[in-house]
Design a protein around this ligand. Structure first.
Ligand code: ADP
Ligand code: MG
Length: 698
């Protein structure tokens, strides 16, 4: 009998498949290219393309596409059939090395943030050999980077790949300085937990706001919310289970280790977590996963909502980014390790991380932000907008004891000893450091850092690029201080001293209390930790000299590319909000106000018919409705005025700020009136799907 996992990876042109199908020298040459030790020549590329095409066509594939990740955060593809006429006019399938490696999508309409003037609107895609080719719906997808005619990055992938190299170099250097010369490169491991909502498709189709904006722009809370916590980890509804099974099967075929599935905290909210893998691949796989979640839901009569806050009053959705650094021989540098001496290396990497986060908190906040995430971050739910790190008491105690006591400098003792261990308690740090703080945006969870701020709909690309860069800079600074020290024991002594200084300097970023509390907001302010309230304001950090220096000195982004990214994000915010405002106006005009008026009329008729004996309820309801109608109308008018005012500025940032501070609050005012109406609305007149239907009918 076939096992349920049979066919795992069958839709990926993976290493095994390549080894099977490629002549030895061709395979070797590909392997060298992946390891960054060579480039592909034309005949090799042709041979790989040929094998790829045959493999794909055996599975019924007719088209190929260069699959890339434009700066807007999604993915893009343009399908081309392998099909061509031969000299006799007969159809043949062709796929050359050139077609594999380089593409020129007619991509002038992708936002470039000014990087491409129209006269040279060309952009090119290049095969990213580090990420495997896969089949999606009968199309051979080739992961690529997307760059302009002048070589500037037009996507989120190319900077990520550069940052991985930078991080590899800096982490390897420090590992080597600690005496482990075997290590030649490092990579990051990333595990992305994905949260999402599922609702019945018919409700989705009936709501313009869900269709156009991904969230409900109004809707009164259901009588039951999440106060009972009975959904969390509860039994998965049958319909959802069959959806999940379908999703898993597709993911497994794509070589994605979908592992964990469970109900999340909010009703109708779920989570999917794959097993971690190499960072750039994890990011790609997450994009594919989101795509599959959406499409599979449709197949099952459901709608998958990936928006950060589809429903008011209950938890939103995030994407937890679990991050660790792994050497080419499999050592996790955030893992304390068994040998006491390794603990010093471990501590050094932890301290480097602490420094990195404390130096660039706003950048990190921005990397996890998008328009939808404004409803989560800092809005009294997980996690707060203030960046801090939760280490767990075990590690924190060790760090503080290290910082407090100053062990005597053991001068003269320069021979290497493996039991060198000046810090009590360091020799064994428990692996199952599961003591958790769910309110922390960055938490150490045993052998990795969990960055919990990321919005559920976002690409994890930029967040990991940022983590890599800030970490690389910290590691480099430490290595600079260790360089040239002759004896290993002196290296370790010096490293401890560096750690001590780093803790002293950056301990303000450590926080283990309740991240949602008002007290923390005050305390963070006292500590001088930044608290940027909105996405649009956080984007300004890309203008900051320190941030520009970080990226340019590491060669990951040029100043021009950063500016382009900033402009695109500002524009994206304004456009997204525009769509929300328009949708809200449209729904008020076409659904809400007519329903209210019809209902008013209904009670009016009843009152008239009842004459002087008519129930008092009728006139009460009428005056209630009359007031609400006027309120809804007035609030819509005011919102429109504010929106026009905000858009009177030429500058996207100024417009965005005005939208955030004037239009968005007015949207909330309007929503309150609509919600109040919804609470009393009769089903006879008001047909919008209600929260209780959407959230509890699955
Ligand atoms: P929780 O929901 O409690 O945070 P899960 O086990 O559901 O924990 O998810 C943790 C995620 O972290 C998974 O995707 C897992 O594969 C990933 N992960 C585990 N170890 C590492 C590591 N060393 N580096 C990166 N990710 C990791
Ligand atoms: Mg988690």
């Amino acid at each position: 009998m076939p096992t349920p996992y049979e066919g795992f990876g069958s839709l990926v042109f993976n290493e095994d498949e390549m080894k099977d199908r490629l002549p030895g020298p061709v395979y070797d040459s590909w392997e060298k290219t992946v390891a960054n030790e060579g480039t592909l020549d034309r005949p090799t590329a042709d041979a790989i393309a040929h094998a790829m095409k045959r493999w794909a066509m055996e599975q019924g594939v007719t088209h190929f596409t260069h699959w890339f990740q434009p700066m807007t955060g999604g993915t893009a593809e343009k399908h081309d059939a392998f099909l061509e006429p031969d000299e006799q006019g007969e159809p043949i399938a062709r796929f050359s090395g050139k077609m594999l490696i380089k593409g020129e999508p007619d991509a002038s309409s992708f936002p470039s943030g000014g990087l491409r003037a129209t006269f040279e609107a060309r952009g090119y895609t290049y095969w990213d050999v580090t990420s495997p080719v896969f089949i999606k719906e009968n199309v051979l997808c080739i992961p690529t980077i997307f760059v302009s005619y002048n070589g500037e990055a037009l996507d989120k992938k190319e900077p990520l790949l550069k940052s991985l190299e930078v991080l590899s170099t800096s982490a390897t250097r420090l590992v080597n300085l600690f005496g482990d010369k075997e290590v030649k490169s490092c990579n990051i491991s990333v595990g992305l937990e994905q949260e999402y909502f599922l609702i019945d498709r018919k409700y989705f189709d009936q709501r313009l706001d869900l269709k156009l904006t991904g969230r409900t722009l109004f809707g009164a809370s259901a009588a039951k919310r999440q106060e009972l916590d009975d959904h969390y980890f509860g039994a998965i509804p049958t319909k959802v289970q069959s959806f999940m099974t379908d999703v898993n099967q597709q993911l497994w075929k794509l070589g994605i280790y979908a592992k964990t599935e469970h109900n999340e905290a909010a009703p109708a909210q779920f989570e999917l977590a794959p097993i971690f893998c190499k960072g750039n691949i994890a990011v790609d796989q997450n994009q594919v996963t989101m795509d599959i979640l959406r499409k599979t839901a449709e197949k099952h009569g459901l709608a998958c909502l990936l928006h950060e806050k589809p429903f008011n009053g209950i938890n939103g959705s995030g994407k937890h980014n679990n991050y660790s650094i792994i050497t080419d021989n499999g050592q996790n540098l955030f893992d304390p390790g068994k040998k006491p001496a390794d603990n010093i290396r471990f501590l050094t990497f932890i301290c480097a991380f602490i420094q990195a986060v404390d130096e660039y908190p706003v950048l990190l906040r921005m990397s996890a932000s998008c328009t939808g995430n404004d409803h989560r971050l800092g809005a009294l739910e997980a996690p707060p907008a203030i960046i801090s790190i939760f280490l767990g008491s075990y590690i924190e105690d060790i760090l503080y004891s290290l910082y407090q006591d100053h062990p005597s400098q053991k001068k003269g003792k320069t021979e290497d000893k493996d039991d060198f261990n000046p810090v009590a308690g360091l020799s064994y740090i428990p692996h199952d450091n599961t003591d958790r703080n769910r309110t922390s945006p960055v938490a150490f969870t045993g052998n990795k850092f969990e960055f919990r701020m990321l919005g559920s709909s976002m690409s994890a690309s930029f967040a990991n690029t940022v983590l890599n860069c800030i970490m690389a800079q910290s590691l480099n600074a430490i290595s600079d201080q260790l360089d040239g020290i002759k004896y290993l024991q002196d290296v370790r002594e010096k490293a401890l001293e560096i750690c001590r200084n780093l803790i002293h300097e950056h301990k303000r970023i450590l926080f283990s209390g309740d991240g949602y509390s008002e007290a923390w907001v005050k305390e963070a302010k006292r500590r001088g930790l930044p608290n940027v309230p909105s996405f649009i304001e956080s984007v300004e950090i890309l203008k900051d000299k320190k941030v520009i220096d970080l990226f340019t000195s590491l060669g990951v982004y040029t100043e021009k590319e950063l500016e382009a990214n900033r402009k695109i994000m500002e524009e994206q915010y304004d456009r997204t909000m525009d769509i929300e405002v328009r949708t809200l106006i449209e729904m008020c005009r076409k659904d809400v106000l007519p329903a209210m008026s019809a209902e008013y009329n209904f009670y009016g008729e009843a009152a008239k018919n009842g004459g002087k004996d008519a129930p008092k309820f009728l006139s009460k309801r009428m005056s209630q409705l009359s007031e609400l109608i006027d309120n809804v109308y007035a609030a819509t008018e005011k919102m429109t005025v504010l929106w026009k005012e905000a858009n009177s500025s030429e500058d996207d940032f100024e417009t965005g700020k005005k939208i955030y501070y004037t239009v968005a609050p007015q949207m909330e005012v309007l929503r309150k009136y609509i919600d109040r109406y919804e609470e009393i609305a009769s089903r006879q007149f008001y047909h919008m799907p209600l929260y209780e239907e959407m959230l509890f009918n699955i």
